[in-house]
Design a binder for this molecule. Structure first.
Ligand SMILES: O=C(CO)COP(=O)(O)O
Length: 140
């Protein structure tokens, strides 16, 4: 599964703690992150994370592009609801695309805990079926 990991500045330590705690699950997946979040995760856990641009420089949009291509299976986004972000439109666009493409999106640590446990149990296998079906449709 392709998983996006994103955290606003005040939530980055939470993301480091989260990915450290669950690296035994995350290591079996392909991880993508906005620049600064991804660097922090790499540094703390040694996980292999593909880094996009930093969020304010287009990272949210790059993840959005993967969603639009149906290449992202889950988005874990620790948002900071108490701080204004200069790239708020990009953040809204990313969340909107998750809704357009029915991509599981967790926007806080409490929901993310449930996602990650579901991931461990195979609750998101349906994404593989969706992708396989799309692939078959393309070839037909
Ligand atoms: O701003 C972000 C998401 O909207 C996160 O970007 P960084 O991981 O580069 O800080």
């Amino acid at each position: 599964m392709n998983i996006a990991l994103i955290a606003h500045d005040k939530k980055k330590q939470d993301m480091v703690n989260f990915t450290t705690a669950y690296q035994y699950i995350l290591k079996d997946h392909d991880l993508y992150a906005t620049g600064t979040t991804g660097s922090r995760i790499r540094e703390a856990t040694g996980l292999d994370v593909h880094l996009f641009q930093s969020g304010p420089l287009g990272g949210d949009q790059q993840i959005g592009a993967m969603i639009a291509n149906d290449e992202m299976d889950m988005v874990i986004f620790f948002r900071d609801p108490l701080t204004a972000q200069p790239h708020e439109p990009d953040i809204s666009a990313l969340m909107r695309l998750c809704d357009v493409y029915h991509i599981p999106l967790a926007t806080n640590i409490a929901a993310s805990e449930i996602f990650i446990r579901g991931l461990e149990k195979g609750d998101f296998q349906w994404r593989e079926i969706v992708k396989l079906k799309k692939e078959q449709e393309k070839q037909a």
